[in-house]
Design a protein around this ligand. Structure first.
Ligand code: GLU
Length: 304
């Protein structure tokens, strides 16, 4: 498959679309980004990388980080995880509080904020220095030592994170948060503030296209069943309230974030990451979805 010329033609086609998306502005620091940025990186199963546009520029990965924290905890505690968080799509906004009341503080899935906060709590429970551990783990998967938290973004979110503070305190009232809520929030805001490029992201997510194996080290990080379940979660819950439409149009598991990043996985074939900061009404990168829909349509290949 000539991925390079496919990406080039998709890039040129998408770039001329009328993009009336908007950048996320509820985290003030995210507003500073150049809204015209657009990059794509694809890594095939033999680790050959194809890029176009702003593919090596770093951006805020935000919610995409939730996949990696979830995978870490899943690899550590196995299916006990599902006593603390569910695995069903929520059908609600990513930062919604409403379901928690009648579902007794067990968030629907690990990718809505409520679920990610429970996972952050588990990170504090299972790792002595979770911030350091998480960053090092990401660096290893990305094969890049030059990945860091953005303290300014983390602080900016902390100063405005009333809803996340409400979520963590509310879940604690059901005894599903074990640590101090401020410590959980501090970890959560930091995990979201990590900056990576499309190339880094495509590399990190290879573990999910390689059956749970880290390609470079051959380390079997997730069992085959755990890897299947992580991909299933991404398929069902990876795109806010648009996971159904994403499945319908793209047909690959993946995850997006409010920083405008989108990553998708075609198991045993490739991983692909797109970055364009303007988001559609559902909070997903407008160009990101247009790009990925074209990719699976042109290549006539998806998991379905
Ligand atoms: N840190 C963001 C929040 O909690 C993440 C949102 C996202 O990317 O979905 O609101």
């Amino acid at each position: 498959m000539d991925y390079q010329s496919i990406l080039n033609s998709i890039y040129n086609e998408v770039l001329v679309l009328d993009n009336n998306g908007k950048i996320a502005d509820y985290i003030p620091e995210l507003k500073r980004v150049n809204t015209e940025k657009f990059g794509i990186a694809l890594i095939d199963n033999y680790q050959k990388i194809y890029t176009v546009g702003d593919a090596i520029e770093k951006f805020s990965i935000q919610s995409i980080s939730k996949v990696i924290t979830t995978a870490l905890i899943f690899s550590k505690i196995g299916n006990d995880l599902w006593q603390r968080v569910g695995f069903e799509p929520s059908g609600n906004a990513f930062n919604s509080l409403v379901q928690l009341e009648y579902e007794n503080g067990i968030p629907r899935n690990p990718f809505i904020n409520a679920g990610a906060l429970v996972i952050a709590d588990l990170m504090l429970e299972h790792f002595e220095n979770p911030k350091e551990y998480f960053l090092n783990f990401i660096r290893e998967l990305a094969e890049n030592e030059n990945i860091n938290y953005n303290e300014i973004v983390a602080q900016s979110e902390k100063e405005n994170g009333y809803r996340n503070a409400a979520l963590v305190n509310y879940i604690k009232s059901f005894n599903n948060i074990k640590n101090d809520p401020d410590a959980v929030l501090d970890f959560y805001f930091h995990q979201c503030s990590i900056e990576m490029s499309c190339e880094d992201l495509a590399r990190v997510f290879q573990v999910f296209s390689h059956n749970g194996i880290v390609p470079r080290s051959k380390f079997k990080f997730l069992t085959t069943s755990q890897c299947k379940r992580m991909n299933a979660l991404m398929q069902m819950c990876g795109f806010y309230d648009q996971a159904g439409e994403f499945t319908f149009k793209v047909g690959l598991p993946g995850k997006s974030g409010v920083g405008g990043g989108v990553v998708a996985i075609y198991p045993n074939h490739y991983t692909v990451a797109v970055w364009s900061p303007k988001l559609n009404k559902k909070g997903n990168s407008f160009y990101g979805l247009e790009t990925l829909e074209r990719l699976t349509t042109i290549t006539e290949a998806s998991i379905f």
